[in-house]
Ligand binder design. Sequence first.
Ligand code: PMV
Length: 362
Amino acid sequence: MVSTEAFVCSFSENNLPQNAVFTWKSPSNIALVKYWGKTEPQIPKNASISFTLNNCNTVTTVSFEQKEPSENQNIEILFERKPAPSFLPKIRQFIDRILPYSPYLNYYHLKISTENTFPHSSGIASSASGMAALAMCFMSLEKQMNLDISDDYFYQKASFLARLGSGSAARSIKGNLVVWGEHPQIPKSSNLYGIEFPFQVHSNFKDYQDTILLVDKGEKQVSSTVGHNLMHAHPFADNRFKQANQNLSVLSQVLQNGDLSEFIRIVESEALSLHAMMMTSNPYFILMKTNTLQIIEKIWEFRKSTNTHICFTLDAGANVHVLYPFKEKKKVKSFILKELVPFCQKNQYICDRLGQGSELML
Ligand code: PMV
């Protein structure tokens, strides 16, 4: 088993480049088996698995400029090319957390320029893609200092670092299906970083589609940090963690044998279980909106009457991810446009599909 010590980087001051610039594009992901509940430092209470998205990305450029380690570190942040000082506390906290593993960061001033390819304040969380893109830029610098780093280590440590910024970011590094969290039936799975789903995936899931319906684009009333914390004293927590791990065991088989009905059963149950945890925590809260439920009912009706394999999942919010196989795209898409889009805020939605992971741009 790989331990945290494996990710401590030792370096020589002589190897530090004076300046360096890297740009990475990292995707968002949507969990099929959800992570909800953690212990310090960002250790999940159960294993999770996600689809990597293709079109919802954060593109981040980090410019590193060498400084004395004793000198204060300047961090300049641009979001969509405009100064974004409000991002600073989160990024400082992230850097403080990862410094023991990437101490070379203390030798640089940072200029960070970031933007999302999905609409601003769409209710799509950018923390996974944002933290993943930053972690990739930091790892590119580390690689420049130490060319011997293997590809496996590069991606594994990137996921390890990203996890310390936002748990689900561990799943936005590499691969189209990513498991994060130790699970007895998933070899090499770890609580410290995500791994690519290690088995052959059935062709039914090739190019799987995700149409994201933007039901509510407002700020969430309850942040995921608060939500995770509420799982500590939650009366159903232990059973929920067991359920998630069992669901991952079944889903692992399903992804290999292509059983779409079983896929639907698990994925929808996971979405509703996540929200059931929210509704039964103390204090309780509801992130779904009336239109979220309307969409779910419409999906169920359509599935029943057409025998298609459309299903839904939810993140920690009101938006609905509509999932379906590529070969049913034509039929499902016209249903979505006609019947579901009217429930979206300003009729907005995003067409996405299974993606590959982070990409070096420069
Ligand atoms: O990564 P966080 O701390 O924002 O938590 C994300 C939790 C969910 O998105 C609700 C589920 C998941 O597994 O992605």
